[in-house]
Design a protein around this ligand. Sequence first.
Ligand code: SAH
Ligand code: SF4
Length: 350
Amino acid sequence: MTNTSSIRLYDLDLPVLERLLVRWGADRASARAVWRVIYRDAAVGVDQMTGLAPSLRSRLAAEVPLYVPTVLAREEAPDGETRKDLLEMEDGQRIEVVLLRYRDRRSACVSTQLGCACGCCFCATGQSGLVRQLSSGEIVAQVLHLQRELAARGERLSNLVLMGMGEPLLNYDETIAAIRRLADPRGMGFVQRRMTLSTVGIPPGIRRLAHEDLRIRLAVSLHAATDDLRDELVPINRRHRLDELFAAMREYVVRTGQRIMLEWVLIDEVNDTPQEAQALVDRLDGLAVHVNLIRLNQTQGYTGRASDPAAIDAFSAVLDRVGVPHTLRQRRGGAIAAGCGQLRRRNSPR
Ligand code: SAH
Ligand code: SF4
């Protein structure tokens, strides 16, 4: 195994790369050329940096290597619309990345942590705890892996959701650094509005995000609108009560002028009642949101069942009555356990 303590090329921002290359006697233009090859062409190694002096290429390879994860396994849903790759990181840890194909877009679902400490009862990731944080480079690497695969078929990633393993706002700096790197117009130029960060609802993180100059979308996994119920489903609620969460969301909406997406995984007879829908309506009090109703994907560690259609209709009707916009999210990847938020490290590292 290679040295995991040193910095990888994907971990660097462009200004840092520029300073490094200038220190090595090269110029900023060379740094920008490297950046383009890495992010625009999704290069797998310095060999593809043909415009660069061979000495510079070998120094890069020796001191800030480009680490590209190895694909250990691939599963494709029978309809071909969802694909899941098992990637191995440099320290042997494994992450699954998901590619979702829609008619008009290609979306990547990536992870921000290995595992998660939040312990939401219905979530496969939460059931196994936090293993470690991912570096910004490891987050970026997942996206570039999928982009590379798509480019080989003349396609391009259009959307990104940070909805794989982990809680992005509990790995704040690395997550934001990865977003900025991917969005840099001198490289990949990922459209910020097509990136969605999904959080379990960490109020200090939401406030901080509101003050970044980013135009990404924010999704908050609410699942319940009363503290008692949310305490059960989403244990972090015991630390950050709904009042605090809603105050942070209000600040976010006021500051960014953006609507927040509220995620609500519907669980039969748990949070799918008209009463719970009414509690949500009462809490919103004019807050600009769009509610995403999501069918529960069954996981091994949780006995709850997905809601039946009649319950979903009754829940939706309450939202409709007061004009709260909502959609029932299409279920994707169920056949290969690739629903976002469903990813779990199944094999132990070597
Ligand atoms: N930690 C963040 C992002 C990762 S989870 C968060 O909680 O938002 C991404 C989404 O998948 C969340 O909305 C989460 O509630 C949802 N999810 C988790 N387990 C699920 C399951 N078994 N069925 C359906 N959705 C699930
Ligand atoms: Fe963590 Fe999100 Fe899963 Fe909750 S739903 S355990 S916050 S990954």
